[in-house]
Design a protein around this ligand. Structure first.
Ligand SMILES: *Cc1c(COP(=O)(O)O)cnc(C)c1O
Length: 247
């Protein structure tokens, strides 16, 4: 590395840590301004960014990272096996690729059918604690999105199934809000998530997680009770692929 490359490298790391700190500050600020009482966990969504970026933030103090794609998850968990990263799978999982997730993830936010729940349960190694899971809700009933219908009975059916799978621990619900929603529309979606979580607990489950809020809608999500926000571009910068290709 010559001097110029090296200073570019330093600059990049500096910006990354700074952006991460700004997001943490913004979370705290939003909690205070909205009177949100729940703790809010930041999941840094590192998809498409290199393992070295994860390592940089890890050494700055970030522990929870989110990945969407199995191959990338596999590569990064190999590269970073020395670090005690808490890995969140937040992308859709095909059942023929579930094993590595069962073996290496700490959380799966995208349980949307019984089959994937059963496979993760069967494949979760006995020496590990149960896998933390969330049910993914297709909150705006979009054709191109994964997740179950935002309907209490559908949710309770899947929750009941998950509760019988001892290698999984049902923690709560997850959604991706509809793109380009107005603040009022976002509120409607996130409030609906909140009420589904209440229904879940009323039915006897003890779920405490609402995984919702991304770079563009984090403030509204926190105001509506988000406990886990999944933030990518506000920390790492713009991703260089067309979003729809890989969702
Ligand atoms: C990419 C992604 C995020 C992060 O999105 P940003 O807009 O970059 O913050 C969060 N959740 C899911 C499910 C994602 O796919």
């Amino acid at each position: 590395m010559d001097i110029n490359e090296n200073s570019l490298f330093m600059q990049k790391h500096h910006n990354l840590v700074e952006q991460w700190q700004q997001v943490l500050q913004q979370i705290e600020q939003t909690r205070q301004q909205t009177g949100a009482t729940q703790p809010v966990q930041l999941i840094a969504v590192s998809k498409t960014f290199p393992a070295s970026d994860i390592a940089t933030l890890y050494h700055a103090g970030q522990r929870d990272f989110g990945e969407n794609y199995i191959q990338e998850f596999s590569d990064k968990t190999n590269q970073l096996s020395e670090l005690s990263v808490i890995w969140h799978m937040i992308g859709h999982i095909q059942s023929n690729k579930s094993r590595i997730v069962a073996e290496r993830a700490h959380w799966v936010h995208t349980i949307d059918r019984e089959k994937i729940a059963r496979r993760l349960h069967e494949q979760r190694p006995a020496h590990l604690p149960p896998l933390n899971v969330c049910i993914e809700i297709n909150i705006a009933a979009e054709d191109n999105k994964h997740g179950i219908a935002a309907d209490t009975d559908t949710m309770l059916d899947l929750a009941m199934t998950i509760s019988q799978l001892t290698r999984l621990r049902l923690r709560g619900l997850m959604c991706v809000a509809k793109a380009n929603s107005s603040v009022a529309e976002l509120k409607e979606q996130f409030r609906h998530m909140q009420s589904l979580l209440q229904q879940l607990n009323k039915a006897g489950f003890s779920a405490d997680v609402l995984s919702m809020g991304m770079s563009s809608d984090m403030d509204t999500a926190i105001a509506c009770g988000a406990t886990h926000v999944r933030i990518g571009s506000a920390i790492f910068g713009h991703r260089s692929y067309h979003e729809n290709q890989q969702m």
